[in-house]
Design a protein around this ligand. Sequence first.
Ligand code: 4NP
Length: 156
Amino acid sequence: MSKPAVLFVCLGNICRSPLAEAAFRAEAERIGLAVDIDSAGTGDWHAGEPPDRRAQAVARRHGADISGLRARQVTRRDFYQFTHVVALDSENLAALAALRPKDATASLSLLLDHAPGREGEAVADPYYGDQSGFETTWRDVEAGAAGLARRIAAEA
Ligand code: 4NP
């Protein structure tokens, strides 16, 4: 199989998907999985911006520096560049399913479908809440990232 490449997708690409990217990168390194990793948003309002300050803060507390990331919008091309496109919630999953070309090579899934016992659950949007919501986001993306990394390692 070609080297796995995972794209995490939320709405703005400034809160949840950069944190999923960071948690998955840490988990892949921990288990020695060689994988390309990126994130994007279904919306373009924040394109070019760094992650939300609260997302940067929670990542820093958990040992990850995401300050250098910049938001971008997902494209149809991503469905060929990546082997796994992973949505953070069902609205974004539906938007991705609509965008996905018919002959796309990437699989499309929901992040928490990879966390045993949490199938079908969303990583809730923390944007309009306070800092504590971002801790919940971190725990959620860690759970999904761990399961996804195990799954990809088993496929390889
Ligand atoms: P994200 O959070 O999808 O986790 O990056 C959001 C960021 C921005 C907005 C909504 C959600 N917004 O409406 O601008």
